[in-house]
Design a protein around this ligand. Structure first.
Ligand code: SF4
Length: 403
């Protein structure tokens, strides 16, 4: 419900309750024979959606991007990739707690999402045998309190905004009692899947106003993949986050059939910038099991990224194109006739910080592990000149960025 002094942003009904479904059988726009086949896929990789998001699909278009994002495909059952492609389990320091970079800790505090993106890199968390998520974050909070280097905490999962407001408030309150934690980030696709999560909930808006403080902000790491997700309702939802004191940015992967098109990405980034949620990262899709139909090779991805980044305002052209590799966050800097140029934007090992690398061009490769370095004398093994600067100034965070 809008505050009396709040200008009316749109005619959006702020009181709507979306209806969630868990069975592909409930999607009657799909022919029954097709549903039978897709049920087998959803038995392996779970399906969930809601009436609002399904309503964005143009069912007359077999290649509709919103449909591809949410409706299972049989090719997901192809034998391809690994469930934990970036080996996140190796940086799990306690149940539900990942610590890869000194300043940032991830709390995996929920194992449900509003809907399930078919290309999800964390789909293992939604499987019955998963034990990497914990609803009890007390161990994680203790871990964070004991490490003064941790200035950033990312609430993730799953989608933290699927938790009750009461639980979120408990976590915000506990984190705000830890003086060295400055930034609380919430990784969420709820602004796309269900904008009413924020629009309906005044207690959540109030919590953001209380715990997003002038010198210690809460950030929404939103996840819009396609401009068609930026409906009037979604933009009104973003406005509600912003008016509640939350800083909004967007990160999404490049996904075949959804946004592997320069025109689509340009429009997405422009409209996100207009809405006050500028793009932050564009991720190279991880080679996660089930994701073969959504994979884009690095070289093709770079060309799309480069073209998408040629137009629009500066605010719409800020994303970095990165791979979240097990060794760190690696920026894809350039591709030429013979080579692919990469640099560690964020590194797990100190010795990799800022490292610049040259690999032989391979138009089929989708991940760093598939690339061949030029040779051992190449700059792959030389630290970036920026790293020398960093060392000279002792701890200057050259090339560092939150996860
Ligand atoms: S919202 Fe994020 S965690 Fe949830 S299914 Fe989509 S990509 Fe995966």
């Amino acid at each position: 419900m809008a505050h009396a002094d709040e200008p009316k942003v749109s005619g959006v009904d702020r009181s709507r309750r979306v209806k969630y479904i868990r069975s592909i059988d409930q999607v009657t726009n799909i022919p029954e024979s097709e549903r039978e086949k897709l049920k087998k896929v959803s038995e392996r990789y779970v399906f969930r959606a809601n009436d609002y998001y399904l309503g964005l699909i143009n069912w007359n278009d077999p290649n509709d991007p919103i449909k591809q994002l949410i409706i299972p495909r049989q090719e997901e059952l192809n034998d391809w990739g690994q469930l934990d492609a970036s080996k996140e389990s190796q940086v799990t320091v306690a149940r539900g707690v990942q610590h890869k970079y000194p300043h940032t800790v991830l709390l995996l505090c929920n194992e449900v999402c509003g809907a399930y993106c078919r290309y999800c890199f964390r789909k293992r968390l939604f499987m019955d045998e998963n034990d990497e998520v914990t609803l009890d974050v007390s161990e994680g909070l203790k871990y964070i309190a004991e490490d003064p280097a941790v200035t950033n905490v990312l609430l993730t999962g799953g989608d933290p905004l699927l938790m009750s407001t009461r639980r979120l408030v408990e976590i915000f309150d506990a984190l705000r009692k830890i003086p060295h934690v400055r930034i609380i980030r919430i990784g969420s696709k709820m602004p796309a899947f269900d904008p009413w999560r924020i629009l309906r909930d005044e207690a959540l808006q109030e919590a953001f106003r209380k715990y997003s403080q002038p010198d210690r902000r809460i950030y929404l790491m939103a996840h819009f993949d396609h401009p068609r997700e930026l409906t009037e309702e979604a933009v009104t939802g973003l406005d509600c986050f912003i008016k509640s004191g939350v800083i909004c940015v967007n990160q999404c992967p490049m996904i075949a059939g959804i946004n592997d098109d320069p025109g689509v990405l340009t429009e997405l980034w422009q409209r996100l910038a207009w809405a006050g949620c500028p793009p932050y990262y564009l991720f190279q899709g991880r080679p996660t099991a089930g994701n073969e139909p959504y994979a884009v090779p690095i070289v093709r991805g770079w060309n799309i990224f480069r073209q998408a980044n040629l137009t629009g305002s500066g605010l719409a052209r800020r994303p970095r194109y990165v791979m979240s590799h097990e060794t760190g966050k690696i920026e894809i800097l350039a591709v030429d006739e013979e080579h692919i140029y990469l640099r560690y934007h964020r590194a797990k090992e100190e010795s990799d910080r800022g490292r610049f690398m040259i690999y032989k061009r391979d138009d089929e490769a989708g991940w760093m592990d598939e690339l061949e370095p030029v040779n051992e004398d190449s700059p792959r093994f030389a630290p970036s000149p920026l790293l020398a600067l960093d060392e000279a100034f002792g701890g200057l965070e050259v090339g560092d960025a939150p996860d």
